[in-house]
Structure formats: C-alpha cells, structure tokens
Design a protein around this ligand. Structure first.
Ligand code: CA
Length: 135
C-alpha cells in the first residue's frame, strides 16, 4: 500500500494505492474501509479521518472529526476508485482547515463486528510516526 497527499484548489486529495484492484461495489458481507488519518496538532493522536468504503451502488465516504462523524455527501469526502488506487478528495474543512499535519493511511477488511471493535480501531490507528505534510 502506498499513498500520497496533495493540496488541491479546494482542499486535499489523498491517493491510496492497494495491492490488486479495488472492488467497485460492496461484496454484501465484509466491511472494507480505506482510511486516511490526520493529526493536525502533532500530538500523536488522530484528530480527523477521511474514509472510503464500497457500498451497494459504488464507493461512499465518511469523515470523523473531534465534533462528530459525517456520512455520504455530508462527510465532505468523495471516494473514487481508479484501478488499484482510491482517490479521497475533500475540502480543508474536513481536516479542521489545517494546512499542515502528520498523516497515515490504513485499510480495514472484515465483518462489521471485527471492524467495529475497539481493539481493531486501536490496532489500525497510527500511534505515532505519521508522515508530515508538507514534507
Ligand atoms: Ca492530534
């Protein structure tokens, strides 16, 4: 898995490349999340998340901030699969209007019970060592 963050006119774009081809739709059972994590105050704790996940009619997105979560269009995030790369695009408001941060990405795949467990979240969230943006 490899990823790159770029600044866009309206915010940011995160391109996350995975091994193999991304599914176009939900497989009907497993949850798949492709997630970008942002630590905007550099304290080692994730403050914002942008997520993409395959749904019945293509990829959907969600976001999480200290004040709550947004789903679908309300998340501000769009998730577009392009072959082996998922493109997450979103306005700067999704990362609290930050212009610099440390970031990382992860994927989750499994049953809802597995993905929703507290241990899964702590296992997959980066504890430290995110990549700085701008570099
Ligand atoms: Ca933080």
């Amino acid at each position: 898995m490899g990823a790159v963050v770029t600044r866009t006119a309206g915010g940011f774009e995160v391109r996350i490349r995975v091994a193999g081809t991304l599914p176009q739709v939900w497989d009907g059972s497993n949850v798949e999340n492709v997630v970008a994590f942002f630590d905007v105050d550099l304290d080692g704790r994730v403050d914002y998340e942008a997520r993409g996940h395959p749904a019945e009619e293509g990829w959907s997105a969600s976001s999480r901030s200290p004040s709550g979560a947004g789903f679908g269009a309300a998340s501000g995030v769009t998730a577009t699969p392009v072959g082996d790369t998922l493109v997450l695009s979103f306005p700067a408001s999704v990362v609290g209007d930050a212009s610099s941060f440390q970031w990382s990405v992860a994927t989750e795949f499994g049953s809802l019970a597995q993905v929703a467990s507290g241990t899964t979240a702590s296992d997959f969230a980066p504890d430290s060592g995110g990549v700085r943006f701008p570099a």
